[in-house]
Design a protein around this ligand. Structure first.
Ligand SMILES: NC(=O)C1=CN([C@@H]2O[C@H](COP(=O)(O)OP(=O)(O)OC[C@H]3O[C@@H](n4cnc5c(N)ncnc54)[C@H](OP(=O)(O)O)[C@@H]3O)[C@@H](O)[C@H]2O)C=CC1
Ligand SMILES: O=C(O)[C@@H]1CCC=N1
Length: 350
């Protein structure tokens, strides 16, 4: 499944999608709304352009311009991604990660605004330059194409009610809010295209694994949202019933990985290894272990563990302690608790 997700996007959607963003950075044309377009016409090394995609909103006079460079290119001339206006409601941790993820590669083809409620997290999260994207004026929603509600579950109902009068009918609403169902959103926003999605903070560097469930989107809107989510890392469309359990495993995921790393770093320190060095090397080791597990997809993990253990050796010494402490059961129990909490969060915020 993961393998399918990480295939080049062109292979999954045909020619057009997935390369739009890069294409628009190659070919961004001046428009009345975006007079600066066209300034960026750099080629992306290694980014093969394989054909021509003309959106339904093609501006015909731009076609010859696109082809002037020779060869064949993927072109996204107008609309969706190229001129997308994104508003993140909330200025917290996930908002910042999504902001960074969607701003990578100098994304000149979109604007991102953050609609804040207070300055509480400004100093901790947002640089002065980033703060120029933050506003307290809900009017910003009126021209938004994509509105992402990055508020806590307890605040979601109020936020939806407060913001709904400002939303235009075409705006798509994305929600990463733990436990909060599409049905709950739909009750407050009967007319919008909705997407419930579950990223994690690795979105900031395009390394999230993000699940999503669309509701009420046209095919073009769905493809556009997929392109946007794909910028955050591998993604997968799922039934909504998978989002709550996966919130525990994936949305919360970086936390248990970092807790694990922190424990390893502490051990390293007591064994005389520098914290920073351990952090760097253990991170790489985790990455390598994950890649091997994916590569050896048919091999049970218990067998991979056995490949590491030498009788009477270091691994066995470690595993004996962990088994005695029922470490695996503890982690499983913790994740079950997180999964149940996701359901509760939705119920509390009805
Ligand atoms: N953090 C993560 O790793 C992930 C989080 N999520 C989900 O994302 C959501 C946000 O989480 P997180 O970023 O950690 O939470 P934070 O507390 O860091 O951020 C929430 C933000 O929402 C703001 N807010 C609340 N109500 C409004 C409103 N009406 N208008 C504008 N802003 C508002 C808060 O303002 P103020 O600063 O004034 O309190 C705060 O800045 C949650 O629902 C969570 O379940 C999903 C996946 C991963
Ligand atoms: O802790 C939470 O509830 C949110 C959802 C996933 C990560 N953070």
């Amino acid at each position: 499944m993961i393998r399918a997700m990480t295939e080049p996007i062109e292979n999954r959607f045909g020619l057009a999608s997935g390369v739009w963003c890069k294409a628009t950075q190659m070919f961004s044309f001046p428009t009345p709304e975006h007079p600066d377009n066209g300034a960026v016409s750099r080629r992306y090394p290694g980014n093969e352009m394989k054909g021509i995609f003309l959106s339904t909103k093609v501006v015909p006079r731009h076609v010859p311009l696109a082809l002037r460079g020779g060869g064949t290119f993927v072109v996204w001339l107008k609309g969706d991604i190229m001129q997308t206006r994104i508003v993140l409601v909330g200025s917290g941790h996930l908002a910042h990660a999504l902001f960074l993820g969607w701003q990578r590669d100098g994304a000149v083809h979109r604007t991102i605004h953050v609609l804040a409620r207070s300055t509480r997290l400004f100093a901790e999260l947002w640089t002065p330059e980033e703060q120029t994207h933050i506003t307290f004026d809900p009017d910003i929603l009126q021209t938004a194409d994509i509105v992402v509600f990055t508020v806590k579950p307890k605040d979601m109902s109020d936020a939806l009610s407060a913001m709904s009068p400002y939303l235009n009918r075409q705006a798509l609403v994305l929600s990463p809010v733990a436990g909060y169902s599409l049905e709950q959103i739909r009750r407050r926003l009967p007319h919008q295209g909705l997407v419930r999605f579950m990223p994690n903070i690795c979105s900031a560097i395009g390394a999230s694994v993000t699940l999503f469930t669309p509701d009420g989107l046209t095919a073009a809107q769905k493809t556009m949202v997929e392109s946007l989510i794909a910028e955050l890392g591998p993604m997968l469309e799922v039934e909504e019933s998978l989002i709550n359990p996966m919130t525990a495993l994936l949305g919360s995921g970086p936390a248990y990985v970092y807790l694990f790393m922190e424990a390893v770093i502490q051990a390293g320190e007591q064994l005389g290894v520098d914290r920073e060095l351990t952090r760097l090397l253990v991170g790489r080791m985790i990455e390598g272990s994950a890649r091997l597990a994916e590569h050896e997809g048919a091999t049970p993990l218990s067998q991979l563990i056995r490949q590491v253990v030498s009788p009477g050796g270091t691994t066995e010494a470690m595993l004996n302690v962990l088994k005695k402490a029922e470490w695996g059961n503890t982690l499983t129990g913790a994740l079950l608790e997180a999964g149940e909490r996701a359901i509760e969060l939705g119920q509390y915020s009805a």
